[in-house]
Every structure is written in structure tokens, then in C-alpha cells.
Design a protein. Structure first.
Length: 154
């Protein structure tokens, strides 16, 4: 289970929630995922994302799959995965961080979410946009889950 942040390209005549609703309406869980077909601009955005994250944060492991491009951070502040499909992307953070570790990893997740991709991010976990949202609020939510699990499941 992961803490997820969604990113989507929003048409000029639309809101984020309308764009997400359109994606949900055409999603068929029984159909094969569409093959990744990036435009030159989308491929260039991916290259900028990798360059920037590698330069500012450190090593990443990246891979290209039939349906998406992905990278995972390697080293501090912890694992963050970014999956990119051109017009959509997602950031996943494992629910294992707490306290200062949660703050560091959510600062990272919020920073990489929108920069360079041209996509708009939304954190549905705490119901706030990434661009103007508070990473500390997200970190508090991320921290609460391992604490709850230790208290109730051990």
C-alpha cells in the first residue's frame, strides 16, 4: 500500500476534477493498458525530470516499460517512485516513513510531482493541490499510518 499523488494534464477548458472524471469514465479495468506513445515534447519532459531529480536529489533507477516510464529514488530520504505516461503520472511513497523521515520524503514527492512534467498534481490523501499544498500536512498523514499499524496490529 502506498501514499499516492496523481498528476494529469488538464485541458484549457477543464478543471482537475473534470480531467480526472474523464479519465475514470474511459478506464476499463478489463482492457489492456494502452501502449506508451510519447510525443517528442513528452520524451523531452521525461529527460528533464530524470536530469533534475538526479542532480538535486541523487541517484535514481529508471526503466521503460510498454505502458510507462518509471524511476525510483535511491538513498535518502527514502523510496519515492514516479511513473510517467505523458499526459498522466503518479508518485508513490511507501507507508513506512514517520516523523522527520516523513517530512523529508513528502518534500521530495511534492517537489518532483509537478516540476518539469507540465502536469498538475493533486494529493487526494489530504485533499490538496500539490502546487499550493502543504507538504507538512501530507507528512502528518504519511506518519499516521505506520503509527496506527504499530498500535493496532502488533
Amino acid at each position: 500500500m502506498t501514499y499516492d499523488i496523481m498528476l494529469v494534464r488538464i485541458p484549457a477548458d477543464s478543471t482537475l476534477h473534470e480531467a480526472v472524471d474523464r479519465l475514470d469514465a474511459v478506464f476499463d479495468p478489463d482492457a489492456d493498458l494502452p501502449l506508451l506513445r510519447l510525443t517528442d515534447a513528452q520524451r523531452a519532459a521525461w529527460d528533464r525530470i530524470l536530469d533534475r531529480v538526479s542532480g538535486e536529489i541523487g541517484a535514481v533507477e529508471s526503466a521503460e516499460y510498454l505502458y510507462s516510464l518509471t524511476f525510483e529514488t535511491v538513498g535518502p530520504p527514502g523510496r519515492v517512485q514516479f511513473d510517467y505516461c505523458g499526459d498522466t503520472a503518479g508518485v508513490e511513497v511507501a507507508y513506512r516513513h514517520s516523523g522527520a523521515g516523513a517530512s523529508a520524503v513528502m518534500e521530495l514527492a511534492y517537489r518532483i510531482a509537478e516540476e518539469e512534467s507540465g502536469l498538475t498534481g493533486y494529493d487526494f490523501e489530504v485533499d490538496q493541490p500539490v502546487r499550493t499544498g502543504d507538504p507538512a500536512r501530507a507528512a502528518a498523514r504519511l506518519s499516521a499510518v505506520p503509527g496506527w499499524a504499530r498500535h493496532h496490529l502488533s
